[in-house]
Every structure is written in structure tokens, then in C-alpha cells.
Design a protein around this ligand. Structure first.
Ligand code: SF4
Length: 146
């Protein structure tokens, strides 16, 4: 029997990190995280702070209710950066696995970004905008003080 996808919308503290790599897919990952924050699906979180072992930021990342990692390609820099800090992303998206080819051009097609944004929402089981919508997050300011 097919397992029913559980809605993760009940989680009030969703955060997203992106690899933000120097390629089209890295920049798509970054832009998708920005769009998810603008739509209040998830709070955009500083991955570099985790990679830099900034204590308060690692602690804050560990406290996330649900962590989403968007990687440009199978090298998976974002997910691996989290894992080095013993943080397992609940959802991981790899842009090239969505049929988007990697190139070392920074420019990208906005339509490709939408594909990634929609994929994240699908994985989260997001309800569409409306009275019961879960799209009401993403504007949280994180406190990294120790
Ligand atoms: S996951 Fe791929 S695109 Fe992203 S930073 Fe790493 S090598 Fe670059």
C-alpha cells in the first residue's frame, strides 16, 4: 500500500538553506530559497554560518523544526555542510535531479527556479493559498546570540 504523504505544514519553524554555488543550478538553488522565504513557506537560513562553525548559528540550525536543503548538483554541498554539523535535512532537493542541466553560467531561467520552489512545496505537502494554507511562515528573524 502506498504510504500517504504526510503534510509537514504543522511544523511552525521551517528553514531552508541553499548551496548558492557558482553555477546556474547553484544560483537556482539560492533564488528558490529566496522565493520560498518571500512566499513565507520557510525562513532562509545562513548556511555559511553553519559551515563556519559559528556556535550560535549551528545551535539555531539544530533547533529548526524542519530543515530543507536545496543543492544545485549531486555534490550536495548544502546537505553535507549540515551533516558535518550533525544536522540531517528533513527534505533535500537536488536541482539537477529535476531535469535542469548544470552549466557554469551564472545566469538561469526563472522558470527553472519555479520548478524547484514547487518541488519543495510538494515535498512539504503544502496546502495551496487559502484559509487553511500553511504558507504563513518565513519572516522570522533568527537570533544567533549565545
Ligand atoms: S552542490 Fe553543486 S552547484 Fe552547489 S555548491 Fe556544491 S558543487 Fe556547486
Amino acid at each position: 500500500m502506498e504510504e500517504k504523504k504526510k503534510c509537514m505544514c504543522g511544523c511552525s519553524d521551517v528553514r531552508v538553506v541553499a548551496c548558492s554555488g557558482a553555477s546556474n543550478v547553484g544560483q537556482i538553488a539560492n533564488r528558490a530559497a529566496i522565493e520560498l522565504a518571500k512566499e513565507k513557506v520557510a525562513g532562509f537560513f545562513c548556511l555559511a554560518g553553519v559551515g563556519g562553525h559559528i556556535k550560535g548559528m549551528v545551535k539555531s540550525a539544530k533547533e529548526a523544526g524542519l530543515m530543507v536543503a536545496i543543492d544545485g548538483c549531486p555534490v550536495q554541498c548544502a546537505a553535507k555542510t549540515l551533516q558535518h554539523a550533525e544536522i540531517e535535512p528533513a527534505i533535500q532537493i537536488i536541482v539537477t535531479e529535476l531535469g535542469i542541466e548544470k552549466s557554469h553560467e551564472i545566469a538561469f531561467d526563472k522558470k527553472d527556479c519555479s520548478v524547484v520552489v514547487e518541488k519543495v512545496k510538494e515535498e512539504m505537502g503544502c496546502k495551496p493559498p487559502g484559509p487553511n494554507s500553511c504558507l504563513n511562515r518565513g519572516d522570522k528573524v533568527y537570533d544567533y546570540t549565545e
